[in-house]
Ligand binder design. Structure first.
Ligand SMILES: [Zn+2]
Length: 482
């Protein structure tokens, strides 16, 4: 009974992607319920995926000269309120600590929704001279934003993330750093997670509270074809420098205000991996970040077969160790079919089956999760075959996701077409927009779609705003978003 229900319980992704997402995330072991709505327990399998992602992104960040540091979880209200637009932007989402033990606090403390308000005053103390610049730090930690409608990973009340903060002598340096980190995110998402993105800048009304410019990378989620803001990088100009008094004595003896940036990627990226690559059987994890890249499933019936198969598995393990993260699933209380289904649900990129007939032929069978292609491989060639297949799966996942993104993105030239595409979850629209706030607000109010970004790589093109008909110089990406 249990075996039959295992697959049947999972709703088809195209039928109800929201339910599919909740089911897959829980049953694959990525997240589990917590007593506070919007918070999640992350079991070892889900945390293993996050750790792989952290490892790869951390290396990319450090390669740009950034070092890790840690800032406090609690921020005094007076600091958070110092930048008016910043607090205005975050006020509805801030959780407050008002008591310590049995004593009312003199000043409420915010549980950080983001850390600019504590990092910038620290920078103000660290920076005296141009010799102290630039400061390039990142922290891996958690933050809390009081979401009214939480969705696991995509919008959770508490989330794990990294937030980078840098401080520079010139506005040009801050601008360059903000763009550089957007590119780091683009490459991480595409090369490590096989999630293609559109890179661009946010409109004035969608940008980070207090930023001069927000760079974004937007990814298309499967099922409803909605957008996910996968990471953002903010050029804060010298605004936070002025507000928090980050000033320095420059080479020429002049006192100047420093410019700064901040940039972050959160566990939303886990949700992106689920929604971009998953199918009716469950997750499909990109090999580079899969906590288990190969699952070895030994198959036997008799004790004599068992001894031979176990010996073969030992030899296979020796060969796999140097090339892949692998796990042997020899559970005797689960049939091979059940084990296949479970590891498919968990998205393990490759399955290696070995039974008595394989041993007789001095081979094993490798099965890809993405297309389920099977191939027999000679024992001696297992390591090289696994390496080649993991690379192939990684590349093919990106190719397939790129095709979906291209197929479901279309230019629209009328407001009616834009509204119809949004209502039908048909995909992203590329529409001319005059730059006016009123037109942007009308689209959002009437279609629930928003301008995701002004894409960086699209050519200038003369056209007419789909809302008001005024002239427009380029198309913007319009989509519903998580
Ligand atoms: Zn307009």
């Amino acid at each position: 009974m249990a075996q039959a229900r295992f697959v049947e319980d999972l709703v088809d992704r195209e039928d109800d992607v929201d339910r599919w997402y909740v089911d897959v995330v829980r049953r694959a072991g990525l997240a589990d319920d917590a007593p506070v709505r919007g918070c999640k327990v992350i079991p070892p399998y889900g945390f293993g995926l996050w750790e792989q992602m952290v490892g790869r992104l951390d290396a990319r960040i450090k390669a740009t000269g950034v070092e890790n540091a840690s800032f406090p979880l609690l921020i005094p209200r007076s600091l958070l309120e110092r930048e008016a637009r910043h607090i205005e932007g975050f006020a509805p989402e801030v959780a407050w600590v008002t008591r310590g033990g049995d004593r009312e606090l003199d000043e409420p403390l915010a549980v950080r929704p983001t850390s600019e308000a504590i990092v910038c005053p620290t920078f103000a103390r660290w920076v005296q001279s141009y010799r102290d610049l630039p400061i390039l730090v990142n922290q891996w930690g958690n933050a809390v934003r009081w979401e009214e409608r939480p969705r696991t990973f995509l919008r959770s009340l508490e989330f794990l993330w990294q937030e980078g903060h840098t401080c520079h002598a010139t506005a040009a340096e801050a601008d360059a750093r903000a763009r550089q980190m957007q590119e780091v995110y683009r490459r991480f998402l595409e090369e490590d997670l096989a999630v293609p993105v559109v890179a661009g800048v946010k409109t004035e009304s969608e940008k980070f509270a207090g930023a001069a410019r927000t760079h974004t990378v937007e990814a298309m989620m499967g099922g409803k074809n909605w957008a996910l803001q996968a990471a953002t990088s903010h050029d804060l100009g010298d605004h936070f420098g002025r507000v928090f008094g980050i000033a320095f004595l420059d080479r020429d003896g002049t006192r100047r205000v420093a410019s700064s940036t901040s940039w972050g990627l959160s566990q939303r990226a886990v949700g992106a991996v689920v929604l971009v690559h998953g199918d009716d059987a469950g997750l499909k994890l990109p090999p580079l970040v899969a906590p288990v890249q190969v699952v070895v499933v030994p198959i036997w019936r008799t004790d004599a077969e068992r001894a031979a198969v176990e010996a073969a598995v030992d030899r296979i393990a020796t060969r796999l160790g140097p090339v892949a993260r692998f796990k042997v699933d020899a559970r005797e209380d689960r049939s091979p079919g059940y084990r296949f289904n479970e590891w498919e649900l968990k998205g393990v990129p490759l399955r290696l089956e070995v039974g008595p007939r394989d041993i007789a032929a001095d081979q094993a069978v490798l099965v890809r999760r993405d297309g389920r292609a099977r191939q027999a491989v000679a024992m001696a060639d297992i390591a090289s075959a696994v390496e080649a297949l993991l690379a192939a799966v990684q590349g093919d996942l990106l190719t397939a996701a790129r095709r979906t993104l291209a197929d479901r993105t279309a230019p629209v030239d009328t407001y009616a077409d834009l509204a119809a595409r949004a209502a039908g979850n048909a995909g992203w629209s590329l529409a001319h927009w005059c730059g006016g706030r009123d037109c942007e607000a009308r689209v959002k109010a009437e279609t629930k779609a928003t301008i995701r970004c002004i894409p960086a790589d699209r050519p200038e093109e003369a056209g007419a705003c789909v809302v008001c008909g005024r002239p427009s110089g380029r198309r913007v990406v319009v989509a519903r978003a998580y």
